[in-house]
Design a protein. Sequence first.
Length: 48
Amino acid sequence: MSKQHLFTSESVSEGHPDKVADQISDAVLDAIIAEDPNARVACETLVK
């Protein structure tokens, strides 16, 4: 069994008005990485 761990991090500027966008982006990235562990992806989400 592999001992390798994948850690990703994202930060937003102080006073970010809506954390829902972060949760959506995280879910999208998690789904893509689950399909392809070697994926190189950037995801931005706008909530209006």
